[in-house]
Design a binder for this molecule. Structure first.
Ligand SMILES: [Zn+2]
Length: 285
């Protein structure tokens, strides 16, 4: 979150399941700054864990505008297409209206500094990141994390994102960055190390579509469980067979029975420490 005189800007609004936490944090930042109002939300891309608080924050802060990357508009108009991974992946998100768009290469003012928006297609084909040459800070969204980056779909589903993510890493490597504020995890300073790690991971994925498919369905299941909280173990096979991404990826990549797929996926999510088996139920940790 940034302050420009009496005006505050929030970059991305989190996953809707945690809107109470997001609203509380925004409120305490505004209070600590003694006066500014939340006037603007800027989204880096339109995944549910980055836009989930938009509608509720706008209700809580009347007059707050929402700006989205220009290339995300078609997906927002066609709300809930499979690529957006909402109902297709059992993710919840309240629909919102946007007031403004940001173009790649556009300059925006945040915290009294000029930031450049940079197109970073790959994980999301319309995604933008923001870079301040003066501060040497990169707001990297899901284009780069400390140890990896946001998932790209398997090449058998769509080959474009992986190639685009590769080009995005090349583009980012041209920047002089001292501090990265990623879309997930703490801020970090080892920019070139992060790029090397993320590129190595991407290339490992590039050689193995099945590995990508596993990571996509595991991530989506964990996020769905965060929202649901619990589900009866006996219901998991039928639940997964009902959700598009699980049904389609199982048919295309894993080719298991509903029961075997459910057993495998539950095991993976438990091993990741995000879910636990509690008697006859599966619960989010
Ligand atoms: Zn994302």
């Amino acid at each position: 979150m940034f302050r420009d005189n009496e005006s505050a800007t929030l970059i991305d609004s989190g996953y809707g399941r945690f809107n109470d936490v997001t609203l509380g944090k925004v409120e305490s930042a505004l209070e600590s700054w003694d006066g500014p109002s939340l006037d603007r939300i800027i989204n880096t891309h339109i995944h549910s864990d980055h836009i989930g608080g938009n509608a509720e924050l706008q209700r809580a802060h009347p007059g707050c505008s929402i700006a989205v990357p220009v290339d995300e508009q078609p997906a927002l108009v066609n709300w809930d297409s499979p690529e957006q991974m909402l109902s297709y992946a059992d993710q919840e998100c309240e629909r919102f209206a946007w007031d403004d768009v940001i173009e790649p290469g556009q300059q925006i003012q945040l915290g009294g500094e000029a930031w450049h928006s940079i197109a970073t297609p790959g994980h999301d084909m319309g995604s933008l990141v923001f870079y301040s040459p003066n501060l040497r800070i990169l707001i990297s969204a899901d284009a780069l994390w400390e140890h990896s980056s946001g998932f790209v779909p398997p090449q058998a589903v769509d080959p474009k994102p992986l190639a685009a993510q590769r080009a995005t890493f090349k583009r980012l490597a041209e920047l002089d960055v001292a501090l990265v504020i990623p879309g997930h995890g703490p801020m970090f300073t080892d920019f070139s190390g992060a790029l090397a790690r993320a590129s190595a991971k991407l290339e490992a994925f590039a050689e193995d579509d099945l590995k990508i498919a596993k990571s996509v369905v595991k991530g989506m299941f964990i996020y769905s469980m965060m929202w649901r909280g619990e589900i009866a173990l006996a219901d998991v096979p039928a639940y997964l067979a009902r959700i598009g991404v699980h049904r389609d990826y199982n048919a295309q990549f894993f080719k298991m029975s509903d029961e075997a797929y459910a057993d495998w996926l539950v095991g993976e999510a438990v091993r990741a420490g995000k879910i636990r088996v509690d008697g006859a139920f599966l619960r989010s940790t």
